[in-house]
Design a protein around this ligand. Structure first.
Ligand code: ADP
Length: 392
């Protein structure tokens, strides 16, 4: 059965098509700058890659070209061979604790929740509607980044602000990257050979979050009402003293919108280093002796260690820790810095094993009290699995 896994941004459409249940990737690609100038798309097939510049006025045209490419490359002969289309949705609020079919009622709720994730949820709805028009007979599903975190209890999801903010305005922790944390946890359980486990999963890419997972169920996560909570990220500040906001808004006459942009786009590694939001540039800066890059890396790593320590206590121990996403899968240095900071847990890094990128791997020695793994995440596969299950 052919299943399309889709992630729509406001000007992009990323896709992967799977043969299920074999979980074989048939083709993948990315449409960029939809609705803008110089739009183009890239297709990956059989290890080869090709790009084309083409006008992409909207997501519907992108889906039409996608279907043409599927036919041209003999992935499908007829449109009806696409049985399911699964969409990634960033914010599902407390309405959704699992993947569901994209009915009109569900889409209306995603729209209602757009106040919490304006860019993402609106773009996803555009994608859902476009896919429904272009591939009308497929089962459309929506897979929420927040769903896996819906098991978190009030003691961990509430903020110590007036309770009415929660009851009247739904102010609480929702988390993000849930699909990724769920995937990493399922891989860790497979590697450990059991499901009664205490796991700490670190999804560290441009956006970054840590989750505490007990017996396959999420009990806490570092992102909050929005993704700008918890860890220091590429351009996001993560946890800060909230009074800094009002202080600086008064000092520099900054509007709420501007403040939101500063905290989300000009902070984090970029804000501290003044060099870049990208870990590779920070590492290059460190090699050149740039003190602010050294500081940015220390702060970045320190925050991850803080959360791992906190979740170690929340879980009452830990059976395995995993690193994933752009930094977690690729930054040898960041992983080593974090493991060094966790020595008190009896973690013993395997320097040779850690010296690789993008592979699922144990990176601690046999005498390490806690095994640490690199687990390349696969959110698209999770979307395809859930969609396949709902199609059945
Ligand atoms: P997102 O999906 O949130 O855009 P990714 O998970 O793709 O982010 O992570 C992107 C980040 O991964 C980059 O900003 C960069 O900091 C980091 N990264 C990628 N490759 C490397 C590498 N070889 N060394 C260090 N960091 C890397």
């Amino acid at each position: 059965m052919k299943i399309l896994s889709v992630n729509c941004g406001s000007s992009s459409l990323k896709f992967k098509m799977y043969e299920m249940p074999e979980e074989e990737v048939l083709i993948s690609g990315l449409f960029e700058r939809i609705g803008e100038k110089a739009s183009e798309y890239t297709i990956k097939l059989n290890g080869e890659k090709y790009s084309k510049e083409v006008e992409l006025p909207n997501h519907k045209i992108a889906f039409e070209i996608l279907v043409d490419e599927l036919k041209k490359n003999n992935i499908i002969k007829k449109l009806d061979e696409i049985k399911g289309v699964g969409h990634r949705i960033v914010q599902g609020g407390d309405y959704f604790d699992k993947t569901v079919i994209a009915s009109d009622d569900v889409v209306a709720k995603i729209d209602e929740l757009a106040t919490l994730a304006p860019l993402h949820n609106k773009a996803a709805i555009t994608g859902i509607n476009a896919a429904k028009e272009v591939i009308p007979n497929a089962t459309e599903t929506v897979v929420f980044d927040t769903a896996f975190h819906q098991t978190i209890e009030p003691v961990n999801f509430l903020y110590a602000v007036p309770y009415e903010w929660y009851t009247d305005y739904k102010v609480r922790k929702y988390g993000a990257h849930g699909t990724s944390h769920k995937y990493i946890a399922s891989r860790l359980n497979a590697l450990l050979g059991r499901t009664n486990t205490k796991l700490i999963t670190c999804h560290i890419g441009s956006g970054a979050s840590v989750s505490a997972i007990k017996d396959g169920v999420c009990i806490d996560t570092s992102m909050g009402l929005t993704p700008n909570a918890g860890l220091i990220m590429g351009t996001r500040c993560g946890d800060v003293d909230t009074s800094i906001l009002t202080y600086m808004m008064q000092k520099k006459d900054i509007s709420p919108k501007e403040m939101d942009t500063i905290l989300n786009k000009k902070s984090g590694l970029l804000g501290i280093s003044g060099v870049s939001n990208d870990s590779r540039d920070i590492e290059e800066g460190i090699a050149k002796g740039n003190e602010r890059c050294v500081l940015a890396q220390k702060m970045y790593v320190g925050k991850i260690i803080d959360y791992i320590a906190m979740y170690y206590f929340e879980l009452g121990g830990v059976d395995a820790i995993a690193f994933s996403a752009g930094v977690g899968e690729n930054s040898i240095r960041t992983r080593m810095d974090i493991m060094e900071g966790l020595k008190v847990l009896g973690i013993v890094p395997d320097v040779d094993a850690n010296n690789s990128r993008g592979e699922e791997k144990l990176i601690t020695t046999n005498d390490s009290k806690v095994p640490v793994y690199v687990i390349p995440t696969d959110e698209e596969l999770m979307i395809a699995r859930d969609t396949y299950n709902l199609c059945n």
